[in-house]
Design a protein around this ligand. Structure first.
Ligand SMILES: [Zn+2]
Length: 365
């Protein structure tokens, strides 16, 4: 009887233990589920900072450009290698695909993801098929096109040729046609300082990338476009604003050199070609008084604003993106310059012909 009772108690005890374990297990599962839901909401909110207002009247309102350097470089390589092949890969589509898959977060990106995508496309799958269930693919495609569509393409460029009289010859190319904002053979350093705090005037976020270099370093037009702003601005000092020909990108080059900020040929409305010298590195700015050197360290502030609609250009909703990885990518393509002893200006050594720019220049003649 006692034995029986003991067994009964044991069974009861075991039942309690198993019950507790089950409860504990269910608790863990519930906690895990809740944290998963919370983190996915957090990621979603992080990616879509503007929440439901990603678009307004069909116009993109916000872009966080988080594409990693590895992804940019790999996608660009696949695009260039496929030029002239049966299946031409498009780096912007491929990057938009990766972004739509990973919620715009490239922290866990692996180049194998792009290799796999390239393989499927080469086997005959279409981007349309591959992206039909990716809700945010159209958003990323439009956003990344706005950032990158001026970077790759067909062009003609002069290269060194010792056999020719001029020492140069023209070649046709497909590839990177945008340039590093700092001229070839000039040192610069930078780090990802986008979003850091700035205190002049009012506390605000740093909306570009600072490239530290020495005074007078020739500054290069990253992409071809039209000079939209040239003059003094109390934050940027002597600065140049250049709008891309498709009007989607506004490039901002600031803190240019005291007394000699710009290439003398430039004025508002000028057409510049990617790789042209536009100005010189300095430390002007942080003053309402023109030509004041108030920035501590010589550097170029380089920024890119996206413009999906003209109303966004000067507004409370300006879309500036982090260009740090873009500058890293562009460092592969630098423009060599030479000084003109008469004008004291620097000029590019190797000229370029970009079809869209040539069309405009021909119209003007
Ligand atoms: Zn800056």
């Amino acid at each position: 009887m006692r034995l029986h009772l003991a067994t009964k108690t044991g069974v009861l005890h075991m039942y309690v233990i198993i019950g507790r374990r089950k409860m504990l297990l269910s608790l863990i599962i519930i906690v895990l589920c809740i944290s998963l839901v919370i983190s996915s909401i957090a990621i979603h909110n992080l990616v879509f900072a503007a929440g439901s207002s990603l678009y307004k009247d069909g116009i993109i309102q916000w872009v966080d450009f988080n594409v990693s350097y590895e992804a940019l470089e790999k996608a660009m390589k696949l695009d260039i290698e496929s030029y002239g092949k049966e299946v031409k890969l498009d780096w912007i589509e491929m990057l938009a695909y990766c972004a739509a898959k990973n919620g715009g977060n490239f922290k866990r990106f692996k180049t194998s993801q792009l290799d796999n995508l390239a393989k499927q496309l080469k086997e005959g799958k279409t981007m349309e098929e591959l992206t039909k269930d990716l809700k945010y693919y159209p958003y990323y495609l439009e956003a990344y096109s706005a950032v990158l569509s001026g970077f790759l393409g067909e062009f003609e460029i002069e290269v060194k040729d010792e056999a020719s009289e001029t020492g140069k010859k023209w070649i046709k190319k497909y590839g990177l046609k945008a340039f590093c904002p700092i001229a070839k053979n000039y040192y610069f350093s930078h780090y990802d300082d986008f979003g850091n705090k700035r205190d002049y005037g009012f506390t605000r976020k740093h909306l570009g990338n600072d490239l530290m270099g020495s005074v007078g370093t020739p500054i290069i037009a990253v992409e071809s476009g039209i000079v939209e702003a040239l003059g003094w601005n109390q934050y940027g000092g002597w600065r140049i604003g250049i709008r891309s020909l498709d009007r989607k990108r506004y490039y901002y080059y600031a803190h240019l050199r005291q007394n000699f900020p710009y290439h003398k040929d430039l004025k508002e409305g000028s057409i510049v070609k990617a790789g042209d010298v536009i100005g010189y590195l300095g430390r002007t700015g942080y003053s309402t008084k023109e030509n004041t050197n108030n920035i501590k360290q010589h550097h170029l502030h380089f920024g890119m604003q996206l413009v999906f609609d003209e109303s966004q250009k000067e507004s409370n909703n300006e879309i500036w993106i982090d260009v740090y990885n873009i500058v890293k990518l562009l460092s592969k393509n630098k423009s060599e310059v030479v000084k003109n002893p008469n004008t004291k200006d620097y000029n590019r050594v190797y000229d370029i012909k970009i079809p869209e720019v040539e069309a405009i220049l021909n119209q003007q003649q």
